[in-house]
Design a protein around this ligand. Structure first.
Ligand code: G4P
Length: 344
């Protein structure tokens, strides 16, 4: 499906004038502190040179990321149509950003349907934060389970969670004499949360024999997940809505939005705002950071990271662009630790 991303970056006003107040507030701000690393292991470093361009500490700065997905209404209608055919919905979120990776329309679109929330990529998320999310999201009609679809960890909990959610419905069929009812499920989620990875992992190869079943739209393909459970083979792709710029940024941090259309130095600086607060040992050790480094404004911290990694341009100046790409890549590969950026 074609997606169009756009970023408006008012370069006139924002030309590398980074101001990076740590994000301390807000519903989804990084509020929990990770245990700090042992400061005795940290090397002293020379003070970084100021980056080439003039910096300003008092210019509020965020990237104005705008995303114009095509065919949004059409797809939403398609999802609404398909939802009529299913008994339950499986909603996939990114466990590192469960708020930002959620389409706010899901609740209304799926109203009345039992829902399993899969907190995917939990291998890259903080374990305690994931447990807190599981508790916060679970309710009578919702089961939240942490999964790592890449390795398959946790995926085995999916069918039991569905059975539990649909127990009354299955029971009602039994009472009517239908001993082997088939329950149908649909996967929904924003791009890149791991819908295809999940489907590939859970698909039993046999396509369901659905053509002669009443209510099943011609063209919809179903596959068997387990005895009595079928899943629609095309996931419902919904887009995140980010009126709030932090949502866009967090999707960019995790790689859900391509960063080649953004100012990656600025993006890395915003990520460093959060990483400085979380202080994961892996982050501190990987870049040999001292407490003094962590107290620096993030644009200076980026220069320190460039120096520590030997990323220099002619004249010995820190190559902050290269360092920015490295920080983003290493965050996305979980080399800076298992990091959750949003908390319930
Ligand atoms: P989508 O259908 O929702 O768009 O997502 P998709 O399954 O394509 O997954 C997007 C990326 O996320 C893929 O990486 C996939 O491997 C990765 N991924 C999915 N689930 C997990 C998980 O539980 N843990 C981790 N660590 N990664 C996960 P990619 O780099 O785009 O592709 P590939 O190189 O892995 O093939």
């Amino acid at each position: 499906m074609k997606r169009r991303y756009m970023m408006k970056n008012n370069r006139k006003n924002t030309k590398k004038k980074y101001s990076t107040p740590p994000n301390k507030g807000g519903r989804s701000g990084a509020r929990q502190k990770h245990p700090a690393a042992n400061p005795t292991q940290q090397k002293p470093v020379s003070k970084p040179k100021k980056p080439k361009k003039q910096q300003s500490a008092d210019t509020p700065h965020t990237q104005n990321i705008q995303w114009f997905p095509g065919h949004m209404t059409k797809t939403k209608r398609q999802i609404e149509r398909d939802l009529r055919l299913v008994d339950a919905v499986a909603e996939i979120l990114d466990a590192r950003i469960p708020t930002s990776s959620r389409n706010p329309d899901i609740a209304s679109l799926t109203a009345g349907k039992p829902r399993v929330i899969l907190l995917n990529k939990c291998d890259m998320a903080d374990k305690k934060a994931t447990r807190d999310w599981v508790n916060a999201l679970s309710s009578d009609t919702v089961r939240a389970i942490p999964v790592d679809c890449k390795s398959g960890k946790g995926v085995e909990q999916f069918v039991p969670a569905l059975s539990e959610l649909l127990a009354d419905k299955i029971d009602a069929y039994h009472k009517k004499g239908m001993l082997n009812p088939t329950m149908r499920v649909m996967i929904v989620g924003i791009p890149n949360v791991g819908k295809s990875t999940f489907i590939n992992r859970i698909a039993k190869k046999n396509k369901a024999q659905s053509a002669d079943r009443p209510g099943v739209t011609r063209g919809n393909q179903w596959f068997t997940v387990a005895k009595g459970f079928e899943m629609l083979d095309t996931p419902g792709v919904l887009w995140p809505k980010f009126d709030d710029q932090t949502v866009g940024e967090r999707l960019a941090f995790t790689g859900a939005i391509k960063d080649n259309i953004m100012d990656i130095e600025l993006l890395a600086i915003r990520l460093l705002d959060l990483l400085k607060e979380l202080k994961t040992p892996a982050f501190i050790e990987r870049y040999s950071l001292t407490e003094d480094d962590l107290a620096l404004p993030s644009y200076e911290l980026l220069a320190v990271i460039a120096q520590h990694r030997g990323m220099l341009i002619s004249g010995g100046e820190p190559d902050t662009e290269r360092a920015a790409a490295t920080v983003l890549d290493e965050f996305r590969a979980a080399k800076l630790g298992r990091i959750t950026l949003e908390f319930p």
